[in-house]
Design a protein around this ligand. Structure first.
Ligand code: NAD
Length: 474
């Protein structure tokens, strides 16, 4: 039995792996290879700041697995970044990609800075220098390693990365595919920004449509009217809240940020909360909501679904006992510690694990990468063809029946898919299939204790199968 205090983040990912490996039939050597981080690049580089002083920046890029290439994983800007954390996140990427059938190995990057302490120009210099270091060591490229946004980074940083990469690799026709999460005007794909939050929604919705699981936890089928608590109103938290409210008709009763949390049993509108925080500088004192001074207390509220969407290890041996949610949807990476997992198994709380639930980002990143390699926007070739064809079919139906189709239905039937429609549809299919595959393994093996272990079993089987088929070089 392991304990939080004995394990680093990377070791705790390894502990979950070992727990699942017992339910597979693979050779010990293959399992050891899958678990190991293949390449760790730790760098230090100087950057001249606005006031002229030189700061030495600590940064990392880790490639966890090369069973499929390129490697793929976000870049995080945070003061807490360290080698162990980047290794753990890279490992999770390997398993995540395997589960959602995205043909990449796992990677991750991190720069140890608090981005709030730097001007935009300083951040640009740090990002560009980091990219140049990756280029020098052959740690970035459309066929090598493809970063993406993560905590503390977004489209802006990805645009700086692609610009630096393509400047240093002139004439590389696939250069745009060196990074994903770019602005649409720079080769990004429509639907990427909201992808992780939307994937979280699709994954949880699928679990809530499974009668056998809902019976187990005593909830009715479906998301309508279900109460949701969200930690973190960044990219993932904001979009999760949006889709639960708009598509799920659920009630987001509390939102937690680092300065505190707010609660309203009638439901909160994430857009209004976001604007309030932007104008006042704090989530607190939102009209109609109650303040919760200690942000972490929000994790212990009575609710149907708790969605940690900020940082890792926020639910651990110290507070897991007090969590009252029926389902925890891990939108962040590693929000629940191994100790917390053990407590939730005993309490019958279902944890929908990070490694596939937040795979929406990497899934749509994969679509973006494919778009960059094919050099054409999704839907460009077939949209008008579909609309013309649908118009002819409608005309025939109207002629044959002598009745007119009303305007709203006409728009719906006529519509040829835009890029965003295709991306959302590909994401929905991916999340539904992955959820079913994991739950299937879980239900077929009653000795598998939780969904995380079942997800690891699925991932291990896929990666091990790749090694098995490829053999070991030389
Ligand atoms: P982000 O920087 O956009 O947002 C994170 C939010 O969490 C910020 O608003 C921040 O203020 C808040 N926060 C920080 N500490 C907090 C605390 N102690 N309590 C409450 N709130 C706190 O980052 P993001 O992209 O939304 O990523 C969030 C998590 O999701 C990370 O674990 C990341 O690894 C994971 N993730 C992100 C993506 C993606 O596509 N962006 C994909 C997969 C996983």
């Amino acid at each position: 039995m392991y304990s939080d205090s004995d394990y680093s983040f990377f070791e705790s990912v390894g502990a979950s792996f070992d727990k699942a490996a017992e339910f597979t039939k693979w050779d010990k050597g293959v399992l050891t290879q899958i678990k190991a981080c293949n390449s760790v690049y730790r760098m230090r580089f100087p950057v001249k700041m606005d006031d002229g002083h030189i700061e030495v920046i600590e940064a990392y890029r880790v490639q966890h697995s090369h069973h499929k290439t390129p490697c793929k994983g976000g870049i995080r800007f945070a003061a807490e970044v360290n080698q162990d954390e980047v290794m753990a996140l890279a490992a999770l990427m390997t398993y995540k990609c395997a589960i959602v059938n995205v043909p990449f190995g796992g990677g991750k990057g991190g720069i140890k800075i608090n981005p709030r302490n730097y001007s935009a120009y300083e951040l640009e210099k740090i990002t560009r220098r980091y990219t140049a270091e990756l280029v020098k060591k052959n740690f970035i490229g459309p066929g090598i390693d493809v970063p993406a946004p993560d905590y503390g980074t977004g489209e802006r940083e990805m645009a700086w990365i692609v610009d630096t990469y393509t400047s240093l690799n002139p004439g590389d026709i696939d250069g745009l595919g060196c990074v994903t999460g770019k602005p649409i005007t720079q080769g990004g794909v429509r639907g990427r920004k909201e992808a992780t939050g939307l994937g979280v929604f699709y994954g949880i919705r699928e679990v809530f449509n499974m009668p056998e699981i809902m019976n187990k936890i005593g909830l009715s089928i479906g998301l309508a009217g279900k109460t949701v608590v969200i930690q973190g109103l960044g990219n993932v938290g904001y979009h999760s809240a949006k889709f639960f409210r708009e598509k799920g008709k659920s009630k987001v009763i509390a939102i937690a940020e680092y300065e505190g949390a707010i609660m309203n049993p009638e439901g909160l509108n994430e857009e209004e909360v976001f604007l309030h925080r932007k104008s006042t500088g704090s989530i607190l004192h939102f009209p109609g909501a109650t303040n919760i001074a200690n942000s972490l207390d929000a994790l212990e509220l009575e609710c149907d679904i708790l969605i940690p969407a900020a940082l890792e290890n926020v639910i651990n041996a110290g507070n897991a006992d007090r969590v009252k949610a029926k389902v925890i949807g891990e939108a962040a990476n590693g929000p629940c510690s191994p100790d917390a997992d053990e407590i939730f198994i005993k309490k019958g709380i279902i944890v929908i694990p990070d490694m596939y639930l937040n795979a929406g980002g990497v899934t749509v990143s994969y679509f973006e990468w494919l778009k960059n390699l094919s050099h054409v926007r999704y839907g460009r070739l077939e949209k008008r063809f579909t609309e013309n064809l649908n118009s002819q079919i409608l005309q025939q139906i109207e002629d044959l029946t002598g009745k007119k189709v009303d305007n709203e239905a006409r728009q719906l039937i006529m519509h040829g898919a835009d890029e965003v429609d295709l991306v959302h549809s590909g994401l929905e299919e991916t999340m539904i299939s992955a959820t079913r595959e994991i739950v299937d393994v879980w239900q077929k093996s009653p000795e598998i204790p939780d969904m995380r272990t079942a997800a690891y079993v699925v991932a291990i089987n896929k990666v091990a199968n790749a090694y098995n088929e490829l053999g070991i070089f030389p």
